[in-house]
Design a protein around this ligand. Structure first.
Ligand SMILES: *[C@@H]1O[C@H](CO)[C@@H](O)[C@H](O)[C@H]1NC(C)=O
Length: 339
C-alpha cells in the first residue's frame, strides 16, 4: 500500500486540478450575437459577454436579444454560468473595448480567464484542454497562448452576405485540429492576420504547432514587440486592461506588454485554437485605416503607456526579443512618415 502522505499529496493534486477552471471573456455589438449559440456550444463553460449598444434607444431590445442568446446558451454551459452585461455608449465615445473587457473580467469567478474578441469561435473542447494542463495553470505568472487563426470570407461586404456564406457555422468554421489543418492546406484558413500583420501572431509559430504533439511549448523569445497572442491567464495577479485605449488599435498589445513587463512566461497550448469568423469591416477599423490622426494619437498613447510600465517594472525579467533589432519599428515609421 502507498504511504499515507503520498495519498494525501495525490488528493491535494486532484483538488488543485479540480479548482482550475477558465472563463471565456468577450465583448461585442448586437450584430455579432448570431455567433453566440455556436460559441456556447463549442466552449461549454463559464462565459462573460459585454454587449455594447450605441445609444439608449435600443437598450431594451439589446437586453431582449441578449437574454435570448443567454437562454440558447444555458443548455450548453456544462455547469458554467453565462454572465451578460449590456453597456451603453457614453456621449459619442469610440467602441470602449478595454472597458468592456474589464467589465467581463470583474465578473469572473474562476481561477483563470481567456480574453477573446468578438468574431472568434473556440475549438471544440478548448476549455477541457486548458483544464487538463493543471501543472502549467498552477503558475500564476504564465500566459498560455491559444493559437489564433482565421476563416477566409471571400471579402463579404454585408453581414447578410457573410452569414449566407458561413451558415451553418459547424460545417464552415473548423472546430477541431484536423479540420483546421485541412482548412489551412486548402487555403480557406490562415494564421490570424497572417496576410496583413504577420508579426502579431508569428511568434506562436503555427507551422511548428501543426506538427507538434500534445505538450505545451514554452516560448523562448518574442520575434517582435508586436506579438499579441490570445492567452489564458490566472486571475491571481493579472492586471486589468488600460481603458484609455478605445476604438481600434493597440488595445490588446497594451495588455500583452504589461504581462511581459511583469515577468510572465509565455507558452503555447497544443491542439486547440481560436478561429476568427469573417465579417464586414467595422466602423472603428475604417476610421483607423482612414485617419492618420487617429493612428498617431493611439501610437502616442501607447508610447506613453510603455514608458509608464517601464518605469514601474524595469526590464530585468521580461521575455526577450529573439533579435536585438526589432525591425517592425523602423518599417512602421517609414510607412507613416509618408502619410
Ligand atoms: C459569478 O458569480 C456571480 C454571483 O453568483 C454571478 O452573478 C456572475 O454572473 C458570475 N460570473 C460569471 C462570469 O459567470
Amino acid at each position: 500500500m502507498p504511504p499515507r502522505n503520498w495519498l494525501a499529496a495525490l488528493a491535494a493534486a486532484a483538488a488543485a486540478a479540480q479548482s482550475h477552471d477558465v472563463t471565456l471573456v468577450t465583448q461585442a455589438t448586437v450584430e455579432k450575437l448570431w455567433l453566440f449559440p455556436e460559441l456556447c456550444e463549442r466552449w461549454r463553460g463559464p462565459l462573460a459577454l459585454s454587449l455594447w449598444v450605441p445609444d439608449t434607444a435600443v437598450v431594451e431590445q439589446a437586453y431582449a436579444t441578449a437574454s435570448q442568446a443567454a437562454r440558447s446558451c444555458a443548455d450548453a454551459t456544462d455547469g458554467g454560468s453565462v454572465s451578460i452585461h449590456v453597456e451603453v455608449q457614453r456621449s459619442n465615445e469610440a467602441y470602449p473595448v478595454n472597458r468592456l473587457r474589464n467589465i467581463g473580467l470583474r465578473s469572473v469567478n474562476t481561477s483563470h480567464v481567456l480574453v477573446s474578441d468578438a468574431d472568434f469561435l473556440p475549438s471544440r473542447g478548448l476549455r477541457d484542454a486548458i483544464r487538463a494542463k493543471a501543472h502549467w495553470l498552477a503558475n500564476e505568472k504564465l500566459a498560455l497562448v491559444v493559437p489564433a487563426f482565421q476563416r477566409k470570407g471571400g471579402r463579404c461586404k454585408t453581414l447578410e452576405s457573410c452569414r449566407e456564406r458561413l451558415e451553418p457555422l459547424p460545417t464552415t468554421v473548423p472546430g477541431r485540429f484536423g479540420q483546421l489543418a485541412r482548412c489551412l492546406r486548402e487555403k480557406d484558413c490562415l494564421v490570424f492576420q497572417g496576410d496583413n500583420s504577420p508579426q502579431s501572431h508569428g511568434t506562436t509559430d503555427s507551422s511548428r504547432w501543426l506538427e507538434g504533439d500534445e505538450t505545451v511549448r514554452p516560448i523562448e523569445c518574442f520575434r517582435s514587440n508586436r506579438y499579441e497572442p490570445y492567452v489564458v491567464v490566472s486571475m491571481a495577479q493579472m492586471p486589468l486592461y488600460d481603458e484609455r485605449f478605445a476604438g481600434y488599435g493597440k488595445n490588446k498589445i497594451q495588455h500583452v506588454s504589461h504581462l511581459r513587463r511583469m515577468g510572465y512566461l509565455f507558452a503555447v497550448l497544443p491542439r486547440h485554437f481560436l478561429i476568427h469568423v469573417p465579417h464586414p469591416r467595422s466602423g472603428s477599423k475604417k476610421e483607423w485605416l482612414n485617419s492618420y490622426q487617429t493612428h498617431s494619437a493611439v501610437d502616442t498613447l501607447y508610447t506613453k503607456f510603455l514608458k509608464e510600465i517601464d518605469a514601474r517594472y524595469g526590464a530585468a525579467t521580461r521575455v526577450h526579443l529573439c533579435s536585438q533589432v526589432d525591425g517592425d519599428f523602423r518599417r512602421a515609421k517609414r510607412r507613416w512618415a509618408g502619410a
